[in-house]
Write a protein that binds this ligand. Sequence first.
Ligand code: ADP
Length: 449
Amino acid sequence: MISKVLIANRGEIALRIIRACKDLGIKTVAVYSEADKNSLHLEFADEAVCIGKASSSDSYLNISSIISAAEITDSDAIHPGYGFLAENPYFAEVCESCGIKFIGPSADHIRLMGDKVQAKVTMANARIPLIPGSNGSIKSKEEALAVAKKMGYPLIIKAKAGGGGKGMRICHSDVRLISALYTAQSEAQSAFGDSEVYIEKYLENPRHIEVQIAADNYGNIIYLGERDCSIQRRHQKIIEESPSPFVDKKLREKLGEICIDAIKSINYTSVGTIEFLLDDKNNFYFMEMNTRIQVEHTVTEELTDIDLLKLQISIAAGEKLKIKQSDVCINGSAIECRINAEDPEKNFLPVPGKINFCYIPGGKDVRVDTHIYSGYTIPPYYDSLLAKIITKGATRRKALKTMDRALSEFIIEPIKTTTHLCREIINNPDFKRGNYTTVFLDKFLSKQE
Ligand code: ADP
């Protein structure tokens, strides 16, 4: 039983978690930084505690402040959301040692999957195909050159502790490989405090396909279809949809079954996502596993009508999965556009500032998860996600048409956002045909320059 959840996050995901708790009859505690005094999550939660100054390291990443807030409010669980401490095994351990339930998997599972090199070894043991690459981390330029000689270019250098596309470099030659090795290592060191990198064959024109899973503490595991997250700018997702226009029933079942086997083999519990790259011959390769709720969980919720947050909380509360695999229906289509406070004309520079007027789209088949309102000031300290628009339809064509309408209604004055770009993408003839890969958006943007 969980009776009070502290939400160690902000923005739209904090609201999303509060809503799920309310539906479950669970009390909520919001934590906030001094920069978030006027945020809605404080209003909507039952209690709110200020945990420090504006910078993330003083607030949303400050483990002792968050644990103190949980203790003084008598919270029996903490939901980390995504980002911040969501994939920090030490935080999960501290929660458990203080007798507070961490809503997510065990610290050991977070640690295992957080180390991408180790995660690959684990998945290979579970017989999931891997992208060919180095055996473990690369320590020197000689080792990097030896991998290149064996595999040939193009290659991609990736951070062992990676996330958010940081520490990633694509290389087409020995000269580039050596310089990229040093820059990737130093970028990884400053982003993750861990400079270790590894090398993979760079797949040209793949699709990013990820499978949502949920596993309880009693060995019950389900998969909830796939999401296609191939519309990315510099390896960061902008539009996601489910089902993927590229995945048929047979492939979906194959992917789902191998994910269930892998999850079973490591005794993982909670919700989670296994990410793959898919080539044009339907070969799929494991990329990484995220051990948290993802930004784009919403498309799966709209498609399957299953509330993933409630599912995640009920698993943490020790409940059995009530949904069987045969209850998961993949009918119709759902799509999400991320609306970021970024200026596409200035190389997607984040543009914090005051929203003088905001109108949020609505109507049938439109869901908007957002924390913004007229008069809200976007602080410069955190990520630039303002809203997620999710539309659904009996067909992909209908979901896209509704998305076009919803995007056309969104007003966020005077902030520059990615709304118009999303509208251009969903109206692009190739995108409409489902004919796109992970390189689609960067090519699309370079044509516009
Ligand atoms: P992060 O955790 O930093 O987001 P991922 O491993 O999830 O990194 O990769 C992010 C994106 O980078 C993928 O969706 C894909 O577009 C691209 N990418 C990663 N590895 C490869 C690869 N080996 N070949 C081609 N593209 C890749």
